[in-house]
Design a protein around this ligand. Structure first.
Ligand code: FNR
Length: 387
């Protein structure tokens, strides 16, 4: 397929829309209800204006920064998004390789279509590549995103496996006691294509049993009411969430996880100063300002608008990260200027994967790095805190 190489992130979106089957496109694109928050995540960046300074030497710009104590090449990282093999057969492995090459951080979803062990191996193969080692770049960073299951043994199994595989932090998603109402997915009765599975929940390792039988979302599609009482008009995935994950989660879960893992804990989905203060009281190690890309509570404020009050409440005690609506180098600059340690990308990664797998993701991330660097040069130079 001959494609003109995209020159901005938006163009990856257009290409992906033309390639992906309808149900996969809808799943990736959709947000909750009227998608007000999906749109606002992006619009809010456009409302912020920059105050450029001049006659500053910007001939050398260093983009390196530290996240949770690990140096990465630039503050442009990958948020967890489920089911990446719908975009490209190499799915999460391709993303891991691209992030390893970019020497930046990837968060793997609990609901990946490749096992966390296989994703880690794919990333490590790249990290060990001698030609990259010569470039004097720090080694890549991989974190594991956790959905807490009602069955704590299942949850613990995921945590222990992530720890054993060498993931360096646990990102606990706290904004999903139930899945938001994503209208296109409800209409499509969204479920995974039959050749794919939620691989982390499948049997892994010799002689081990599957954690909860084969994870077949089709069981939840259409027959949702049977498996998940009270959820009559819903997608297969939403019914799965009602049935399997823990809607009774409180800050207690953070203490339980703390007692069960040595990995630092980041909570993903904090949107207010009140919750940021509670997160600190409950001894989290990092905070991701996120509204799940507008897929949960429609009408929630945009993440870039939420960021300043959270940064103020946290007062430098832990790293604060952000995702949602980041599509341009200038967005990254604005988020960092308002106190985020790094920006994370959700949908752009899925679009780039659809376009050209590992190469597509690497290209897209390089494009954003170039845009970000240019923005730094044209505005003030050095904003990245290397501390
Ligand atoms: C997500 N997101 C998500 N978050 C999470 O904690 N676990 C997950 O498995 C998923 N899965 C997922 C699938 C898809 C298709 C999307 C679009 C998003 C949310 C994701 O981590 C992130 O918060 C948003 O995607 C960021 O917004 P943008 O960059 O997509 O606007």
């Amino acid at each position: 397929m001959s494609q003109v190489r995209p020159v901005c992130v938006r163009e990856y979106e257009n290409i992906a829309k033309n390639i992906l089957p309808r149900s996969a496109w809808d799943y990736y694109a959709s947000g909750a209800e009227e998608m007000l928050t999906v749109q606002d995540n992006m619009d809010a960046y456009s409302r912020i204006r920059l105050r450029p300074r001049v006659l500053v030497d910007v001939s050398k710009i260093d983009l390196k920064t530290k996240v949770m104590g690990h140096t990465i090449q630039n503050p442009i990282c990958v948020s967890p998004s489920a089911m990446q093999r719908m975009a490209h057969d190499a799915g999460e492995k391709a993303t891991a390789r691209a992030c390893a090459k970019m020497r930046t951080c990837m968060i793997l979803s609990s609901w990946s279509t490749t096992s966390l062990e296989d994703v880690d191996t794919a990333g490590r193969e790249v990290s060990d590549d001698p030609s990259l080692a010569k470039r004097d770049l720090p080694s890549p960073t991989r974190w594991f995103q956790l959905y807490v299951y009602k069955d704590r043994d299942t949850t613990l199994n995921l945590v222990k496996r992530a720890e054993k595989a060498g993931y360096q932090a646990l990102v606990v998603t706290v904004d999903t006691p139930y899945l938001g109402r994503r209208l296109a997915d409800i209409r499509n009765k969204f479920t995974l294509p039959p050749h794919l599975t939620l691989a982390n929940l499948e049997a892994h390792g010799k002689g081990e049993k599957s954690l909860m039988g084969p994870v077949d979302l089709t069981e939840y599609s259409g027959g949702a009411a049977k498996r998940a009482p009270g959820q009559t008009n819903t997608s297969g995935l939403a019914a799965y969430v009602v049935d399997q994950t823990d809607a009774s989660l409180t800050w207690e879960a953070i203490h339980w996880l703390r007692a069960n893992t040595s990995m630092p804990i980041i909570v993903k989905g904090v949107m207010t100063a009140e919750d940021a203060r509670l997160a600190l009281e409950n001894k989290v190690d990092g905070i991701m300002v996120s509204n799940h890309g507008g897929r949960q509570l429609d009408g929630a404020l945009s993440t870039i608008e939420a960021l300043p009050e959270i940064v103020e409440a946290v007062n430098g005690k832990v790293d604060v990260f952000i995702d949602g609506g980041v599509r341009r180098g200038t967005d990254i600059f604005k988020a960092l200027a308002l106190g985020a340690k790094a920006c994370f990308l959700g949908r752009p990664v899925l679009w780039a994967l659809t376009y050209k797998g590992e190469e597509g993701v690497q290209e897209m991330m390089q494009l954003l790095e170039d845009e970000f660097k240019l923005c730094m040069a044209l505005s003030v130079g050095k904003v990245v805190d290397e501390g």
